[in-house]
Design a protein around this ligand. Sequence first.
Ligand code: ASP
Ligand code: MG
Length: 393
Amino acid sequence: MPIIVKKFGGSSVGNIQLIKGIAHKIASLAQEGESIVLVVSAMAKTTDELFRLAFEISDHPSRRELDMLLTAGERISMSLLSLALHNEGLSSISFTGSQSGIMTDAMHGNARILDVNAFRIREELAKGKIVIVAGFQGVSPEKEITTLGRGGSDTSAVALASYLHAESCEIFTDVAGVYTADPRLVKTARKLDCIDYETMLALAYSGSKVLHPRAVEFACKYNIPVEIKSSFTFETGTLLDTRRNLINKGFLMEERIISAIAHKDGLARYQLKADDALQTALSTWNNEIFKYYLQDETLELVIENKFASEIDHLIRTQNLQLIKRLEGSAFITLVGLGINLDPGFLAEAMLICKPYQIQRISHSDKTLELMLPSTQLEACLNALHQAFIGVSQ
Ligand code: ASP
Ligand code: MG
């Protein structure tokens, strides 16, 4: 029987009304001969709130205990959704990551999925039940509960879709799909009908929150087509696949230099002496580093503000030499094919950015990345979008 994986993000299961609405929609869409696996995030803000509670006790909480705490969020949403499905007359069962057989390494707070032993899921699907899986979590070989990094439910969904050989994987969220830029900041941003893995990966690593980068990596590695769509309308969203498959499916790939623009704000920059102590400290650092730059004897780490208290703790306890701590920078990343093959492009980008106090420019074959003061972010983003993407065609 074909298996369908559907993932619902925190804002999609943010309150009881929304959970009931999703259950109702699932009931109306459920078809004979189709097995459904639902992956859920914690109800909106729950994970942040649990984090906050832990940091009220300690500015450096034990990662193991933090994982125990944070995984509780998904337990709440999965069981509530299961109860709501029962109300719709459907038979369903919820499982934690560990019950679902999601095996990870032991890296608390940022664990990687090593394997999925989904036999319990298969057993329940065979009985005709809808299976609800807690996203964002797994279990290590030592039977410790782990989490996959903030936003990790996307990864759970794509990993399950791959191990279950699912026919489709849909990521339901609070936006209609992947946009050319964040529609909250750029009013003229438009939804893309499709996007290839490489472009999506670059966007995800550059701050686009619509799909977690690890989930994109997983989808790309195992060739899983993923649809990102709205949990409010259930309308067709953005299809993520290989370029070749998208073309074969009849999508017209837009051949423009820039496909989309990502941004990232809320960052702290730490310039640290690149010595042995730093090397040792970094090997124990479980959180994501957004960017790093090594120049001469200085390593600059760019991390999200929410990890600042932990890096401050490392600096204090591991004798790291802090040269400078800087705040208030943001990043804009233009993503497109062949950026570095177009000599006129950089000149044009620089001209457009002139009023916005760009602090650093770097590029790869598919990205042009700009660092600038947070205060300039919105205006610069809009100017670049207007110039390189424009209004809908
Ligand atoms: N609840 C987790 C978080 O807020 C995982 C997720 O939403 O994907 O990061
Ligand atoms: Mg998310």
